[in-house]
Design a protein around this ligand. Structure first.
Ligand SMILES: [Zn+2]
Length: 192
């Protein structure tokens, strides 16, 4: 396997980010997986070729994003997470608790690298929108998929699979942080 983190120019590419051949969603299928002790039906991208094509930072690869969550791995370098790891969001909450979507847990060196190199994170930090957490405990919150019309960017194949299933089908897994503290983006950027 290629050394991690993957790079695009000078930017580290999260292991969970989709690459262009994967983002087409042409090979999707549904299977049962156990996550957080629950056996659920999950959508799979069906193609796993990180490093091929170009990275699509806004789309997470379904299987890899679930793999890091299920096995408590850093979303950037894929190494086991320390007891306390770094998560990020832009203020999303579930009640009083931070809700984490694509800012899945990272080891501190990877979080520092990301904040210094990722244009999106740098913009969010400069605008005061980036929230950074040091977290040690969270709940898993799998997201139920619903059909999205193709005219609104939905995928025909995904919609067909959802129509065939008798129960809910899940995609990504969000996290609800239970034990956490907030830290400044600058403190993490300087922690390198
Ligand atoms: Zn890492």
């Amino acid at each position: 396997m290629t050394a991690l983190p993957l790079k695009w120019g000078t930017s580290p590419v999260p292991w969970v980010a989709a690459w262009s051949p994967e983002a087409s969603r042409e090979a999707v299928y549904v299977r049962t997986e156990t996550i957080g002790g629950n056996r659920l039906r999950f959508m799979c991208d069906g193609i796993d070729t990180p490093g091929e094509g170009r990275p699509v930072f806004k789309i997470m690869h379904l299987e890899r994003s679930r793999h890091v969550v299920a096995h408590r791995l850093c979303q950037i370098c894929c190494e086991p997470l320390p007891a306390s790891s770094i998560c990020m969001n832009q203020g999303e909450r579930e009640g009083f608790h931070p809700l984490i979507n694509d800012g899945l847990p990272m080891c501190e060196p990877c979080a520092s690298l990301s904040i210094r190199h990722c244009p999106g994170l740098k913009r969010a930090a400069a605008a005061g929108r980036l929230h950074v957490f040091r977290a040690s405990d969270w709940d898993l919150a799998p997201v139920i998929l619903g059909p999205v019309p193709e005219a609104k960017g939905g995928c025909r194949r995904v919609n067909e699979l959802l129509a065939k299933e008798r129960g809910p089908v899940f995609g990504y897994v969000k996290l609800v942080l239970r034990r956490f503290s907030t830290i400044s983006p600058d403190a993490i950027a300087e922690a390198a």
